[in-house]
Design a protein around this ligand. Structure first.
Ligand SMILES: NC(=O)c1ccc[n+]([C@@H]2O[C@H](COP(=O)([O-])OP(=O)(O)OC[C@H]3O[C@@H](n4cnc5c(N)ncnc54)[C@H](OP(=O)(O)O)[C@@H]3O)[C@@H](O)[C@H]2O)c1
Length: 276
């Protein structure tokens, strides 16, 4: 396997509609090298992400090898009428069709990370989930996806997947709630199984915790914003954070968190914030 860039922050491309190309290009310009998307037209415009990537490459400020590209297979339940596959086809064929369409949208021959957007049911893994995972394993075997992962997954589902998967998941992408100790139980399982935990909704799902005076004090001490402290905290506990900011200043502020560290007692304090 070719060595891939080690990304420390992912730029998420959901909900940008007609602004997807401009904002993705702006994010690349500001220095993001990891891009998260999905072949789910309801929330993402994957083809526009691809156009941003081609434009950035053509303008010469990135090469394909600098980039970490991640996309997802989404079951029909999570889609609208704009499906990237034939809904009457077996799930294994749907995955292959969705993946082929992602390669086309993104103008690449290889995806760095291919995720199952979420299991088809809340508890356990159904036959369709296994059919999708086996098809993803075949894509990995063919060399068209370097790494596989799963999103919106419970600890129990992740354990099941790891027990039976031939190609192990290397990423988990979940909504990260501070009130659940920042998804601590899944993060612990991930670190024991060489899985990188990707957290999303880090700011939007944790507004109350982010307003706590302890956090404001830490932000003042580092001369950073509370949002920056939250993102830095996620890095210090080993997460790969996502941001989908639409604002160039916030893009810079988000990337700036790579340039400082929190003290261990501050990390501990933030981890415990919602528990008290
Ligand atoms: N797997 C899944 O099911 C799933 C679900 C949801 C999201 N995701 C992925 O995760 C990505 C991120 O989504 P998200 O839910 O985390 O939310 P988001 O869309 O990134 O929203 C983040 C919010 O935080 C603000 N923000 C960002 N940086 C800031 C800063 N430095 N200071 C102040 N405000 C800041 C943004 O406002 P401004 O725009 O004004 O900066 C925005 O309101 C998505 O684009 C998608 O790729 C995946």
């Amino acid at each position: 396997m070719k060595s891939r860039p080690r990304v420390r922050f992912l730029y998420g491309t959901a909900w940008k509609e007609n602004e997807t190309q401009r904002l993705t290009e702006l994010a690349l310009q500001q220095g993001f090298r990891g891009i998260d998307t999905a072949n789910q037209r309801r929330h993402y415009h994957e083809a526009a992400v691809g156009q941003a990537i081609s434009a950035a490459i053509a303008r010469g400020f990135v090469t394909r090898d600098d980039l970490f590209l991640q996309t997802k297979f989404t079951f029909q339940r999570g889609q609208d009428h704009r499906l990237p596959y034939d809904p009457a086809a077996p799930v294994s064929i749907q995955v292959e069709q969705s993946f082929a369409s992602s390669l086309k949208h993104l103008g690449t021959e290889v995806i760095d990370s291919y995720l199952m957007h979420g299991p088809s049911q809340r508890v356990g893994l159904a036959a369709d989930d296994w059919a999708a995972w086996r098809a993803m394993e075949a894509i990995h075997d063919s060399g068209r996806a370097y790494l596989l992962g799963v999103s919106n997954v419970s600890l129990e589902q992740l354990q099941l997947l790891c027990r039976e998967a031939r190609v192990q998941p290397r990423f988990v992408q979940n909504r990260c709630y501070a009130v659940q100790s920042w998804d601590r139980r899944i993060r612990e399982f991930c670190s024991a199984h060489e899985i990188v935990y990707q957290g999303f909704s880090l700011l939007t799902a944790n507004r109350e915790v982010l307003a706590r005076p302890e956090l404001i004090k830490i932000a003042k001490r580092h001369d950073r914003t509370v949002s920056q402290i939250a993102f830095r905290f996620t890095l210090d506990v080993g997460m790969l954070p996502l941001t989908g900011t639409n604002d160039a200043d916030h893009m810079r502020a988000d990337l700036d968190v790579l340039s400082f560290r929190l003290e261990p007692d501050e990390v501990e304090q933030i981890e415990q914030l919602a528990v008290r």
